[in-house]
Structures are given as structure tokens and as C-alpha cells.
Design a protein around this ligand. Structure first.
Ligand code: SAM
Length: 207
């Protein structure tokens, strides 16, 4: 399947409508983010392995999570779980800057090199444990988490600005995407979609 056609077969029929999200999904060449041996499958309607027991998420889920953030351009966004760098590139097409954290050293190095090669100068990649967030760059207008903890990391809520939105898969075998909207006094949470992500490792598993 080619890049333009997956918008019409996978994204729009499932309700992805935001022109900024559809434009970003059209613009980012997903085949550059998958292993060479899987290039022919890059636009398939499923996640794909990227090595180190990790995956690049299904295109629809990337679009869904991006749309849930209600971005308008100009935002500063934090991503936890860089993986291949694909979600970061999609965000970078829309917003001012993306801060993305990956815990597996080889994936962080590869994604940083890939994003630099592709001239995504507004993406900052850090090797580390995203459970702690990126305090020096906070607050963020939006946060997207692409590995599943069994609780919402408190540091991430702290690092979201009031009015900001976070989308995070939470759970073990059964997971839900939770949409969090931070208010001046707290944070409103609601489950929006059942999902299956790789677990968040590091501190998230020691609590
Ligand atoms: C589903 S993959 C992410 C897909 C990625 N967003 C992409 O577009 O390719 C989840 C990623 O989260 C990473 N991860 C897991 N626990 C983490 C943690 N505590 N901090 C940062 N990254 C973590 C994994 O190593 C993996 O690369």
C-alpha cells in the first residue's frame, strides 16, 4: 500500500478528520522508519517490529493519538518512547518542537540519526527513562506516551501545563488509552480506546 492510499483506507474511514493530522501522516515517509526487510509492509494496518523487542505503532493509532492532542501548531510536545522516531516526525510536522525520550540506547541513537538525516531539526531526542519526564524542558503543551505503564507517571502530569492534554496507554495485558486534560486544580481523565502497547520499562516497573 502506498502512503497516500492508507489515509483513505485506514485513517479517514475510522474517523480521523483533523487536516493537520492527515497532512502530517501524508508527509512523513513511514517506509524510512521500518527495517529495510519490512519496507514493503510499512503502510500495513498493524504495528511492525523495529528490533530490541519493540514496535512501530499501527498508523491508525499514531493518527488517533496525535488527533487526541488537539494540536494547532506552535506547541511544545513531549513524547515518551521514541522507538523508530515515526510518531515524533508526525508531531514535528505539526508543532514547534518535540522532545522525545527513549530508554533503549540503540533505538535512541538510531532514531536521532534518522531524524537528523531527514532534517527534523525541531525534534530533540534524549536517552533515558521517560517515567521522569524531561523537567528542564517543561512545561509541555501536550504529552504522548507510547509505552504502557500500569499507572500514569506523576512527573508527566506535573510537566503538563494547565489546559494541556496527555494521551497515555495504561494497564497490563488489558490496556486503555487514557486522555488527560490538566486543569488549574487537577486533571480530568477518561478512557478513550482499548489498545495493546509494549510495557513501559524502567522506574514504571519498580513502583
Ligand atoms: C511502541 S514503541 C514506540 C513507537 C514509537 N513511538 C515509534 O513511532 O516508532 C514503545 C517504545 O517505548 C520505549 N520505552 C519503554 N519504556 C520506556 C521508558 N521508561 N522511557 C522511555 N522509553 C521507553 C521502548 O523501548 C519502545 O521503543
Amino acid at each position: 500500500m502506498s502512503a497516500p492510499s492508507f489515509l483513505h483506507t485506514q485513517l479517514m474511514p475510522r474517523g480521523i478528520r483533523d487536516p493537520l493530522v492527515l497532512g502530517a501522516m501524508r508527509a512523513v515517509p513511514r517506509h524510512h522508519f521500518v527495517p529495510d526487510a519490512l519496507r514493503a509492509n510499512a503502510y500495513d494496518d498493524n504495528p511492525l517490529p523495529i528490533g530490541h523487542d519493540q514496535t512501530i505503532s499501527q498508523p491508525y493509532i499514531v493518527a488517533y493519538m496525535t488527533e487526541a492532542l488537539e494540536l494547532g501548531g506552535g506547541e511544545r510536545v513531549l513524547e515518551i518512547g521514541t522507538g523508530s522516531g515515526y510518531q515524533a516526525a508526525v508531531l514535528a510536522e505539526i508543532v514547534e518542537s518535540v522532545y522525545t525520550i527513549e530508554i533503549v540506547p540503540a533505538l535512541a541513537t538510531e532514531a536521532a540519526a534518522r531524524l537528523a538525516r531527514m532534517h527534523y531539526a525541531n525534534v530533540h531526542v534524549r536517552l533515558g527513562d521517560g517515567h521522569r519526564g524531561w523537567p528542564e524542558a517543561a512545561p509541555f503543551d501536550a504529552i504522548v506516551v507510547t509505552a504502557a505503564p500500569d499507572h500514569v507517571p506523576p512527573a508527566l502530569i506535573e510537566q503538563l501545563r494547565p489546559g494541556g492534554r496527555m494521551i497515555v496507554p495504561v494497564g497490563g495485558t488489558d490496556q486503555e488509552l487514557i486522555l488527560i486534560v490538566k486543569t488549574e486544580t487537577g486533571a480530568a481523565r477518561r478512557p478513550v480506546l482499548p489498545v495493546r502497547f509494549v510495557p513501559m520499562t524502567g522506574e514504571a516497573q519498580r513502583r
